[in-house]
Design a protein around this ligand. Structure first.
Ligand code: FAD
Length: 318
């Protein structure tokens, strides 16, 4: 079987869940070969092997952390040259998308971003995307060169399929000066103890109907009872009730969780653009005509200040 390159998203060798999802999808296309850049390849290898990596190509250089994406593009390009894969799968993070775009340019091939599914086709991998503010679902294929595809978190449930996963050293010549943009400092964001919004399996979002920053505690309580991340509509963010980093939608973050709960959100097209690919959508809204009800799997017509705390209580007792 042909090889499929998967760029590993990790923190010092601790593999993040989107990579396990990519490995699961990659197995539909061929044999996954993981590309691990930075420290911790030996730590990561058993996990990568458990999810189907037949090999782990590892490279570590100070440039990977000292500079923004270019050294990683150099390394991924070297991996492509050594493996000649049928596709390169990259996580759809901000960094992943920039790496993927630069790689596709260097390979003179095509790029598909924010895929929510990937499958094998007779003439190459086919990626499913939700486009034009989620108005259409497209299935597309790259017609020339090695396809580079970024895949959104939560697009597949990770499934183990043990493989060899031996670590091999990848020889990389890094662009002199790291491509120009040097990292001057890094600051960890203060942790809320909740999962990262774009990776969470469950997201609970509040909108203008929450009616005040102080009332977001109702949304947070439901999120915490479910182990979920908290999101917000732009109306709630613009009002200063919740941070912009939590905004879901066209000009915010794009999420695709197993379960998305929208409370006090009308369902404007720009909000839908960021959450429509969620697997199950639940809305609580006091207006039965609210457009959000057109796309939900389950809708509750009611006051969120009654419905959401009742739901939270019920979940806590189970
Ligand atoms: P509203 O539309 O005001 O809806 C509030 C809802 O709460 C109503 O349906 C109401 O019935 C309900 N409600 C009120 N009180 C209660 C209660 N007590 N219990 C239950 N329900 C209640 N929006 C985004 O969200 N994300 C984006 O990224 C984004 N990008 C945009 C980009 C552009 C270029 C533009 C023009 C707009 C963008 N918007 C975005 C804004 C978008 O058009 C909407 O204005 C916004 O999504 C509305 O937010 P909302 O649903 O919270 O508020």
């Amino acid at each position: 079987m042909a090889d499929v390159l998967v760029l590993v998203d990790h923190v010092d060798g601790s593999v993040r869940k989107p990579t396990l999802e990519l490995l699961t999808l990659a197995r539909r296309l061929g044999d996954p070969v993981a590309v691990h850049l930075g420290p911790g390849a030996d730590t990561a290898a058993p996990t990568l092997a458990e999810y189907g990596a037949v090999r782990v190509l590892a490279a570590d250089a100070p440039e990977f952390t000292e500079y923004l994406v270019v050294p990683k593009v150099d390394a991924l390009r070297a991996a492509v040259e050594s493996v000649s894969p049928v596709a390169v799968l990259v996580p759809s993070s901000a960094e992943g998308k920039e790496i993927a775009a630069r790689l596709a340019l260097r390979l003179d091939s095509g790029l598909i971003t924010d895929a929510v599914d990937v499958e094998a086709g007779d003439r190459g991998p086919i990626a499913t995307q939700s486009v034009f503010a989620a108005s259409y679902t497209t299935r597309s294929r790259i017609t020339s060169g090695i396809p580079v595809i970024t895949v959104k978190p939560n697009s597949a449930a990770p499934e183990a399929a043990p493989a060899a996963g031996a670590v091999e050293t990848l020889e990389v010549t890094v662009t002199e000066g790291g491509g120009g943009t040097r990292v001057v400092s890094r600051a960890a964001r203060e942790s809320t103890g909740r999962p990262e919004l774009t990776e969470a399996a469950i997201v609970v979002s509040g909108g203008r109907g929450v009616n005040g920053a102080e009332n977001f505690s109702v949304i947070e309580a439901l999120a915490d009872s479910l182990g979920a991340a908290v999101g917000a509509s732009r109306a709630a963010v613009d009002a200063g009730w919740y941070p912009h980093s939590s905004q879901v939608g066209q000009t915010g973050k794009s999420v695709s969780p197993q379960l998305y709960i929208a409370a006090g959100i009308s369902g404007a097209i720009q909000h839908r653009a960021g959450m429509q690919t969620s697997k199950t959508i639940v809305a609580v809204n006091k207006d039965e005509e609210a457009p959000i009800f057109d796309l939900v799997d389950f809708g509750v017509v009611g006051d969120l200040f009654q419905v959401v705390p009742t739901l939270t209580e019920e979940i806590r007792t189970r």
